[in-house]
Design a binder for this molecule. Structure first.
Ligand SMILES: Cc1cc2nc3c(=O)[nH]c(=O)nc-3n(C[C@H](O)[C@H](O)[C@H](O)COP(=O)(O)OP(=O)(O)OC[C@H]3O[C@@H](n4cnc5c(N)ncnc54)[C@H](O)[C@@H]3O)c2cc1C
Length: 426
């Protein structure tokens, strides 16, 4: 009999089989060695914290609960929308995470019994924890924008969680005739990836300029200011004059309702009938945060900035986009940095030791065109219980940098994506 090497498909199939058998398991809690750390969410924050914990203490049992069989990354997904790369370049398996000795529990975490320190996965598998780390990313606030519900998102995609929505928006742009109007609506703060809507607008503008030059793009914004604003706006003047228009909050940019039947975005000042409408709606922490009681009335999760332990429920830590992290923006870089700090703190707390005060870095690149990159960076530390940017620690790309520097920053962006995804999933 010949033996075949295991392929990615085999791995995913065995994860599915595991999920199916888990669903058939009797309901009592799975027997676990103590202490045990359970992580919910295998994205930039969750996969990073699980792997960092294993690196710090290879004997510590760590279970990672993840709803999807493979991870689809948002960074660089704007390139997929603009036809510059395939969605497969965004997808990563959990093979290497499992190879580290982390137990992958496929399924959706539905409930947390904080008294019994037990997490319920799927239709009843129970996982006991000593420390629970929640890294569920974001959910859409489906009740925040009149007219925008799940069926509306099939007509007016948000594409703010990468995957099918990303492809839907790309297909709509490809199907649009030259001369069409594309409208992006950008939400008020806070939301996932503050520069993301403007990078998306830039790359869609690049697509229109090269493929459908009679078309127009409008950004309707619920804000008067945005990340890397001067750099974006200077680049738009240079690269996309007459093609891309930004309408700020005070100029009537806030979208107050949508009408999916006609692809219409409504503001207090008028109506915009789009050929392609990309609605980036208001957001909140992933639903499990609310179910666990760690989200406050804002929908996000207050945390201790030294340990990332919830300020509302003991023994539960929250990292990544779901947190209220003071000045730190919601980015994959931030999620990875928070994961490392949280892992070090959890390892110390399990030994009864006091975690030291951390410093965390964020750097965020954006592409304004395939060969035109810009960045923002900052270093943060806890000040009076809030993660605060250290004065003078960061900044943005130089406003008057020549084009070869912009081109170099575009290659840095590409290297950053390769480095972080290979650190987290490779
Ligand atoms: C268009 C776009 C471009 C971006 N570009 C950049 C960029 O260039 N640089 C950058 O640093 N950041 C970028 N970001 C932001 C980045 O994607 C997020 O900040 C990052 O993904 C946050 O990581 P996270 O782990 O908190 O959430 P995620 O990466 O979303 O991971 C959450 C995971 O939790 C799982 N999950 C959720 N709930 C449950 C549950 N109940 N049970 C089981 N599993 C669950 C999900 O399936 C998912 O795998 C971009 C975002 C967008 C939308």
């Amino acid at each position: 009999m010949t033996r075949r090497r295991k392929t990615r498909r085999d791995f995913l199939a065995s994860s599915a089989a595991l999920a199916a058998s888990a669903a058939l398991m009797p309901r009592p809690a799975i027997a676990q060695a103590e202490p045990h750390v359970v992580v919910v969410g295998g994205g930039f924050a969750g996969a990073s914290v699980a792997r960092a914990l294993k690196q710090l203490d290879p004997r510590l049992p760590v279970t990672l609960v993840e709803a999807n069989r493979a991870f689809t990354a948002c960074p660089f997904s704007n390139g997929v929308i603009a036809g510059l790369r395939d969605l497969s370049a965004q997808q990563f398996s959990y093979e290497k995470v499992v190879a580290d000795g982390i137990v992958l529990a496929p399924g959706t975490a539905n409930l947390v019994d904080t008294q019994a320190r037990t997490l319920i996965v799927g239709d009843g598998v129970r996982l006991r924890y000593d420390r629970l780390v929640l890294a569920p990313g974001i959910d859409i606030r489906w009740d925040a924008l009149p007219g925008y519900d799940l069926p509306a998102a099939e007509r007016m995609p948000h594409a703010w969680k990468a995957g099918e929505q990303t492809l839907l928006l790309r297909r709509q742009l490809e199907a649009m005739e030259d001369g069409g109007l594309v409208v992006i609506s950008a939400p008020a703060n806070p939301f996932r990836c503050p520069p993301g809507p403007y990078e998306r607008a830039s790359l869609i503008a690049h697509y229109l300029k090269t493929k459908k030059p009679r078309s127009k793009l409008i950004i309707l914004d619920a804000k008067d200011a945005f990340s890397k604003q001067r750099l974006f706006q200077n680049a738009w003047k240079e690269l996309y004059p007459g093609l891309l228009e930004w309408v700020s909050l005070s100029m009537g940019g806030k979208v107050t309702a949508v009408e999916p039947a006609t692809n219409t975005l409504v503001t207090d000042f008028g109506r915009h009938d789009a050929k392609v409408a990309n609605v980036i709606p208001p957001q909140k922490a992933g639903r499990i945060a609310e179910l666990a009681g760690v989200a406050d009335r804002t929908g996000w999760c207050p945390i201790d900035p030294v340990t990332f332990e919830s300020k509302l429920v003991p023994n539960i830590h929250v990292i990544g986009d779901a947190t209220i992290a003071g000045g730190m923006p919601k980015s994959a870089f931030t999620a990875n940095a928070q994961a490392k700090v949280c892992a070090a703190a959890v390892a110390k707390l399990l030994k009864g030791e006091t975690p030291p005060e951390p410093k965390l870095i964020n750097t965020c690149y954006s592409l304004v065109a395939p060969d035109y990159g810009i960045h923002v960076a900052g270093v943060y530390r806890p000040v009076n219980g809030v993660l605060t940017e250290i004065e003078g620690s960061g900044g943005v790309s130089k406003a008057d940098a020549p084009r070869d520097v912009r081109a170099m920053e575009a290659t840095f962006a590409d290297s950053w994506f390769k480095t972080i995804t290979s650190e987290v999933f490779g």
